[in-house]
Design a protein around this ligand. Structure first.
Ligand code: XUL
Length: 530
């Protein structure tokens, strides 16, 4: 049976999911992760990123991703040599919106990589921008307004590209680069997403942008799935020539390049375009139909759901993408995810076990105490000047503060995502913090929905492997429905089902209103406390 590889280049790590799948069965062979900070300290990242001197600037060195991919492929072959020798196709998932800037030399190098030298050595001088902006960057508010004005307004942009302009989206980031470093921009021959850059490295060729991830750029028409010229022109001069083509998620981008074949002895497996981590996670959680939500509790907390039809929310809080399964999906992102939970954990000198115990030993609703958890600038709702707000919450009460951050995050998610999937009865939780039972119980109670946990915490890497399987079948003339593709992989974990407790649901129904009005008040008066 053929073997498929999914790689997830997320904010803090590169993770692999190796699966075997075919008509005769399904099996997860291995999951393997490399943390960026721990394995590649020479790049000086903290939690996978480097914060700039100017406010809101956050990036990562693209050479880090190159180095990590090389190391990962070497380790996979060393540990699972027989399985890697049977590799039929590989795809990937990457943190969304981040972009990689290559000058002409770097672009040419993609297709002439020498198998005798490490990849990073050969690409070291290939970038026209040494720090790639990533999704945590919030420094482009004025560029967002300029782009919206340039296409005829926020609503026009949202209707065509699926979202109003967001600071982290690639278009505003490209515009900021063109304004801040016009020389560097001019010297740029190709702008890739992290996803299409990684696929290019694997294919040894300039790979296309997959339309699910392409939707997070404010540059693509989500209905036609082509670049939208008005947005491209409003973003930066000469941008059309710098963008790769857009391609359907399942059309192969090529085969593993000679670098990988000769250096590691892997076969010429198909390379399937990489997508974003949220679209891949949706597939890896088995949500290939409308009606259920996936909540990923990772560096960011995100709420995603498949949509049969294009449906926008008036306030522009979330965004709509083309989905790798061919329909649409909605995504709402919260910047203050795991890093905010970690801040509270560290603030009170706890470890995760004691954090969970504190959560479990405090009452639902926290006796009315609230926290607006804006440790960093927030995406949803839009908060540019960070600052944690406490309402009726004593900062010295450890248990109450632990409960307040978890409840605050869940209430914000529930309040801001009603538009995506009204009446959701089942939520699939994934990501690191989904391993915490007390957190999932709060989620069930706040959303008034059953919460199940994906069998893997690495649903994005698994989703990428499943996309490779799906595309390979298609390319071999033996297509499979998405329901068949996910069968045997995406079933929730037994014993991890959390049902809402009626008394807690009643408490949160009122508290969510109180939270929403505290949020409105805080947004109206930007002074802050931490
Ligand atoms: C999605 C988003 C984040 C990143 C994290 O819009 O910004 O979830 O994809 O990797």
């Amino acid at each position: 049976m053929p073997v498929y590889l999914g790689l997830d280049a997320s904010t803090q790590s590169l993770t692999a999911s190796l699966i075997r799948a075919g008509d005769d069965g399904r099996e997860t062979i291995a999951e393997h992760a490399l943390s960026f900070d721990d394995n590649f300290p020479e790049f000086g990242t903290a939690k996978g990123v480097i914060r700039g001197d100017a406010p809101g600037v956050v990036g990562a060195p693209p050479l880090l991703w190159v180095t990590a991919l090389d190391r990962m492929m070497g380790e996979l072959v060393a540990r699972w040599p027989r399985e890697m020798a049977e590799l039929a196709a590989v795809s990937g998932s990457a943190q969304q919106h981040g972009s990689v800037y290559l000058h002409a030399r770097g672009l040419a190098r993609l297709s002439s990589i020498n198998p005798r030298e490490p990849l990073a050595v050969q690409l070291a001088d290939g970038f026209s921008r040494l720090l790639s902006p990533v999704w945590m960057d919030s420094s482009t508010t004025s560029e967002c307004l300029e782009i919206e004005r340039g296409v005829g307004g926020r609503d026009v942009l949202a209707r065509r590209t699926g979202s109003r302009a967001f600071e982290r989206f690639t278009g505003p980031q490209i515009r900021a680069f063109a304004k801040r470093d016009p020389r560097g921009y001019q010297d740029t021959a190709r702008i890739h997403l992290v996803s299409s850059f990684m696929a290019s490295l694997l294919a040894g060729a300039d790979a296309p942008i997959e339309y699910g991830d392409g939707s997070g750029m404010n540059l693509m028409d989500v209905s036609t799935r082509m670049w939208w010229p008005a947005a491209v022109e409003a973003t930066a001069p000469g941008l059309a020539e710098k963008l790769p083509p857009i391609q359907a998620s399942w059309l192969p981008a090529g085969f593993l390049g000679t670098y990988w074949q000769q250096r590691f002895g892997v076969p010429a497996a198909r390379v399937i375009p990489w997508s974003g981590d949220n679209p891949c996670s949706l597939v890896g959680s088995g949500l290939v139909r409308e009606g259920r939500l996936a909540i990923s509790l990772g560096t960011s907390d995100t709420v995603c759901g498949m949509m049969r039809d294009f449906r926008l929310h008036d306030s522009g809080i979330g965004y709509v993408s083309a989905s790798p399964t061919g329909e649409y999906m909605g995504t709402t992102t919260f910047m203050n995810g795991s890093l905010a939970r970690e801040r509270v954990r560290d603030m009170y000198g706890l470890d995760w076990a004691r954090f969970s115990a504190a959560l479990a030993s405090t009452p639902a609703g926290n006796r009315g105490a609230l926290m607006l958890p804006w440790f960093d600038p927030e995406i949803t709702p839009h908060v540019s000047a960070p600052g944690v707000r406490r309402v009726g919450l004593d900062p010295s009460d450890v248990g109450a503060n632990v409960r307040a951050i978890v409840e605050g995050q869940m209430m914000a998610m529930a309040n801001h995502t009603r538009w995506m999937s009204p009446g959701t009865s089942v939520i699939h939780a994934t990501g690191g913090a989904s391993g915490n039972r007390a957190v999932l119980q709060v989620m069930a109670d706040v959303f008034n929905a059953d919460v199940v946990r994906s069998r893997t915490g690495n649903s994005a890497a698994l989703g990428a492997a499943l996309r490779a399987f799906h595309a390979d079948r298609q390319a071999n003339g033996r297509p499979m429905s998405w329901d068949q593709v996910i069968e045997g992989f995406a079933e929730p974990q037994p014993d991890w089902r959390f049902t809402p407790e009626p008394e807690a649901v009643r408490i949160y129904r009122d508290l969510r209103e109180k939270y929403a009005s505290a949020e409105r008040e805080a947004l109206a008066s930007p002074s802050s406390t931490t």
